[in-house]
Design a protein around this ligand. Structure first.
Ligand SMILES: [Mn+2]
Length: 289
């Protein structure tokens, strides 16, 4: 059990907000998963973890709403999981690392990578989490591309095979008719479209149990706000709309969280990396509020 952190992770400098690698005094641990083998539009999100770390040093760390300095929180940045091409080995390794962190009581915070990394992160925590997923897409295909069961377009489908006992998917606005057909047989997945009301969001979240895992595909935001994504989809949230919903998600206990699909190779002036870094800072202040 012990020792996966040393075996499978490489330290990264600079770390996110200068957080130490040592986990002995931290309550949350950030890990990067530079994996984008399943990107079907444009690859490049393997570069996101280090880009987020770099830009984090240009952001103010004081949160005027929670009145805390995020850089002073008990958080570690344990580095990046070594790179893998094969999705099965990636899921296996990420799951071992997230399990080790969880067994020492740490909140796990993952930086993708493409959305496939969520499978490994949750697999290491526990089976049967309540999933809150922010995504423009439903990611509920059975195979995508044909023959590929483990990819960023099948994540929700695979999670529903045991890892997530229920799910609320928020910000959806792009899905196939096959996904809609298959979803009609599902009683434990609720889809909250981008055009839904705040009450719809609250009603859906209120059905979830308290052990939550949150995954944020950054393409849930509007492409004008977050242009650096592989598959931009018009009609998304603003940053503040996302934060507003996240606030309500944190009413329940959150076991872990990830931010995926930031693609620095197609970004403009690092807008999306800055946004994702700021989002992680907001998430940290919610964890420690
Ligand atoms: Mn996704």
């Amino acid at each position: 059990m012990e020792g996966y952190l040393d075996l499978y992770l490489e330290p990264r400098i600079p770390s996110f907000l200068g957080f130490p690698r040592d986990i002995s005094r931290s309550k949350a641990a950030i890990m990067g998963i530079p994996y984008d083998s399943s990107s079907t539009c444009k690859p490049g999100c393997r570069y996101a973890p280090q880009r987020l770390r770099n830009v984090s040093h240009n952001l103010e760390t004081y949160d005027p709403i929670q009145r805390i300095d995020v850089a002073e929180l008990p958080v570690s940045d344990i580095g990046d999981v070594r790179e893998f091409l094969n999705p099965y080995s990636m899921v296996d390794i990420v799951s071992k690392v997230s399990c080790e962190l969880n067994s020492t009581g740490k909140i796990v915070i993952g930086f993708g990578g493409d959305h496939t990394v969520t499978l490994g992160l949750i697999n290491g925590l526990r089976r049967g989490v309540s999933l809150v997923m922010f995504d423009a897409h439903l990611d509920y295909r059975n195979e995508y591309p044909i023959g590929e069961r483990i990819s960023h377009a099948t994540v929700l489908r695979r999670l529903r095979e045991g890892l997530a006992k229920e799910a609320v998917v928020i910000g959806v606005r792009a899905l196939s008719k096959e996904e809609v057909r298959d979803l009609e047989r599902e009683s434990n997945v609720q889809v909250v479209y981008t055009w839904a009301s705040e009450k719809d969001v609250d009603d859906s979240l209120s059905t979830l149990s308290k052990d939550r895992y949150v995954t944020i595909d950054i393409d849930v935001l509007d492409p004008s706000v977050a242009p650096g994504v592989g598959c931009p989809e018009p009609g998304g949230f603003t940053f503040h709309q996302l934060l507003n919903i996240l606030n309500r998600v944190f009413d329940g206990k959150v076991l872990g969280i990830d931010v995926v699909e930031v693609n620095p190779l197609v970004d403009i002036n690092d807008i999306t990396s800055y946004l994702a870094a700021k989002l992680v800072m907001k998430i940290l202040s919610l964890f420690f509020a």
